[in-house]
Design a protein around this ligand. Structure first.
Ligand SMILES: Cc1ncc(COP(=O)(O)O)c(C=O)c1O
Length: 394
């Protein structure tokens, strides 16, 4: 029913189950980008003529829509970035430096691991990793032990694992974090498009978001910053548009959000992102969750019946992405055969090598759903998977 809104599906018969890597873009997003470049292409926050004012207004409109989308108090708490990777690196290379210890979970994407290594942090020397329990669940006892030994830390965890779909209880993690005088940053790559996020209710300090995982353009993302931290947070890059007053002796920065947005921004991307959020708002994020939940349960029920399947977690603690292996078959071989059948999934380590190593596997096959998928997509995937298994077993 929703595929008609996405031009990708008009031009292909591919069963697209790689939504955790990037989502397809609805017409409204593409049309808005074309409209910007065709009708009011101008730089923002600089010139004062008609099209420039319109571009600035539309750019700021996205900030307001995103503010409401995550229930931030004020639009100035939203700063635009290239995506999650840049949002996490921004904090890693500025605010995080004041913390002796950074605590991450076992289920992090490389973009929440490598920035800490680049700072010279290594395991048990500036970087701590919370264990996972069976079923890939967050080990709260271990987390509290780490916080007791390392109060005043920065905790940086993903809301939902991209590799396994495991959902972390962020409210509970944030509460414990603050109890030990620490701060918390969340990677929202796999959450924002799937269920209602309320940053005030979660009580997080930083929330890193990605446009392209949320039906918006690539190369655009955002970072939510708790109000009390806006003044304290040092600037990351500076230059045009961040400045209140400059002479050769010193530069005086503007207030947030502008002091964090140096240089010409991805204007088309940010403006296009507003339409992705409007589109989701029109459907209702609760409805999106409901559709995906039903599809996810259906997918799980079909996968569970496949002989030789190895599952790593179950439907009760995960959403949207399902990872698995088939006994004695290389996951990448299955991915290649599925591709030949026009079924797009991801096979490999999903930019999460440490957890794969912990589980002693090279990777998994990951089918990740979006609300535009259908039971028919899942049936085709299961049929293709069974065929691939038969071919590889013989
Ligand atoms: C959990 C997670 N974190 C971070 C990223 C990187 O996000 P971005 O592409 O917005 O930099 C991804 C992308 O796959 C992801 O899944």
């Amino acid at each position: 029913m929703y595929k008609k809104d996405f031009p990708f599906f008009k031009n292909t018969n591919t069963v697209y189950l790689d939504n955790a890597a990037t989502t397809q873009k609805p017409n409204v997003v593409i049309d808005k980008i074309v409209e910007y470049y065709t009708h009011f292409c101008a730089n923002t926050h600089r010139s004062n003529f008609g099209d420039a004012n319109k571009a600035t207004k539309e750019f700021e409109n996205t900030r307001n829509i995103l503010k409401d989308f995550i229930n931030a108090k004020d639009a100035k708490q939203i700063i635009f970035t290239k995506g999650i990777t840049e949002s996490l690196n921004l904090i890693a290379s500025t605010y995080a430096k004041k913390f002796k210890t950074v605590i991450i979970s076992s289920l992090e994407h490389h973009s929440n691991i490598t920035p800490w290594h680049m700072q010279g942090r290594t395991l048990n020397d500036g970087l701590e990793v919370v264990n996972i329990k069976d079923n890939l669940e967050f080990d709260f006892e271990h987390f509290e032990e780490l916080l007791k030994v390392n109060p005043n830390s920065l905790v940086s965890v993903t809301h939902v694992s991209n590799a396994f779909g495991t959902k972390h209880d962020i409210k509970k993690i944030a509460k414990l974090t603050h109890k030990y005088n620490s701060y918390i940053m969340i990677d929202a790559a796999q959450s924002l498009a799937h269920f209602k996020v309320d940053v005030q209710d979660l009580d997080v300090d930083f929330y890193a978001m990605s446009g392209h995982k949320t039906y918006g353009p690539t190369g655009v993302g955002a970072l939510y910053i708790k109000e009390e931290l806006l003044k304290e947070l040092p600037v990351y890059q500076t230059g045009g548009a961040t400045i209140n007053d400059v002479n050769y002796e010193r530069s005086i920065m503007l207030d947030s959000p502008y002091k964090f947005e140096a240089g010409t921004q991805n204007i088309a991307g940010v403006i296009g992102f507003s339409q992705a959020l409007n589109y989701l708002n029109n459907i209702g994020i609760e409805k999106v969750f409901e559709i995906e939940d039903e599809l996810y349960k259906y997918l799980n029920s079909k996968l569970e019946k496949i002989p030789g399947i190895i599952l790593y977690n179950n439907v009760s603690n995960s959403i949207a992405s399902k990872s698995f292996n088939i006994e004695n078959i290389n996951c990448e071989d299955i991915g290649i055969l599925l591709d030949k059948m026009h079924i797009a999934v991801r096979a490999g380590h999903h930019c999460a090598q440490p957890i794969m190593k912990k589980l002693n596997i090279d990777g998994t096959i990951r089918a990740s759903i979006a609300f535009y998928n259908t039971k028919d997509d899942i049936d085709k995937f299961i049929k293709g998977l069974k065929k691939a298994i038969t071919m590889l077993k013989d």
